[in-house]
Design a protein around this ligand. Structure first.
Ligand code: AMP
Length: 280
């Protein structure tokens, strides 16, 4: 079932709520790939009802970013979702999500500042605002987010906690191509040549992980990742951070997040890896 109006979506959600059904929700921007579908699979497994939203959210793109050219493949997305028999695909119009007099902002503070927040200052505000609105329309029991967007996951988790939203957030592992490249709708931008180079992002993270395991400190690990990346990419950031606060680490203890964002031509790629320094 395709639902396009926010009112109809909310009405359906209320009906499910009244009937005592658990609802799993997978928010996406479409151009679906196996990463998205892994979230759908998890939702189908855990809930009575599964709702997928497809909405390219203009509020999370900066004025010079790729809102206009972001890949859109609604027909293919719908046939992929048909195979999963999801209960509803919510595909709202921009004008229904953001009517002319829309004026509310939602900002999660400190977690939105480092990493992607530095180079994309409007991004997380746009994400938090639309996710909160979608939660109010879908009223999910559980919402599924990929760890590919690790900072986004933490921000939504914080939003849920700070505002006591009645939603359980379920993180899911990053799905990768065989050569290590993290699946992303933006991979469609890569030329054949770039596609061959792109897996080196993950290779750099793996090198960083090895270095961390062999006793190098966070600064050294960061430098090793940077040295590897700068041969092929323009680096936006490389961080070795606390996976709960995203603060840069001075020493390794317990878990660490290795996260990067790079440019390959006109395509921005992000990826990350969690390292557990307790289990050598
Ligand atoms: P997007 O359509 O890019 O906004 O992504 C929608 C959801 O899919 C987000 O929770 C992403 O983190 C998740 N996602 C995107 N790529 C992957 C991937 N390669 N593996 C797992 N989840 C992913």
């Amino acid at each position: 079932m395709i639902i396009s109006s926010p009112q109809s979506m909310q009405k359906k959600a209320l009906k499910w709520l009244k009937a005592g059904k658990s609802v799993g929700f997978v928010p996406t921007m479409g151009a679906l790939h196996e990463g998205h579908l892994s979230l759908v699979r998890a939702s189908k497994r855990d809930n009575d009802i599964t709702v997928v939203s497809i909405f390219v959210n203009p509020a999370q793109f900066g004025p010079t970013e790729d809102y206009g050219s972001y890949p859109r493949s609604l027909k293919m997305d719908l046939s992929a979702l048909k195979l999963f028999s999801v209960d509803a695909v919510f595909i709202p119009d921009v004008s229904d999500i953001y009517p002319e007099d829309f004026q509310t902002t939602v900002n999660v503070g400190k977690l939105s500042q480092p990493m992607c927040g530095k180079s994309r200052p409007v991004f997380f505000g746009g994400v938090a605002r639309v996710v909160l609105k979608l939660f109010n329309l879908v009223m999910p029991t559980r919402a599924y987010f990929g760890l590919k967007d690790y900072q986004q996951f933490l921000i939504i988790k914080q939003l849920i906690k700070d505002l006591n939203l009645p939603v359980i957030i379920v993180p899911r592992a990053i799905i990768r191509e065989k050569d290590g490249l993290a699946l992303s709708s933006r991979n469609a931008y890569l030329s054949k040549e770039e596609r061959k180079i792109a897996p080196r992002v993950y290779a750099a993270l793996e090198l960083g992980k090895e270095a961390a395991k062999s006793g190098k400190n966070p600064k050294q690990v960061q430098r090793i990742i940077e040295d590897h990346l700068k041969k092929n990419f323009v680096i936006d950031y490389v961080t070795v951070a606390d996976p709960l606060t995203l603060a840069s680490l001075k020493t390794f203890r317990g878990k660490a997040l290795l996260a990067v964002a790079v440019w390959l031509g006109k395509t921005r790629l992000i990826d990350n890896l969690l390292v557990n320094q307790d289990t050598h």
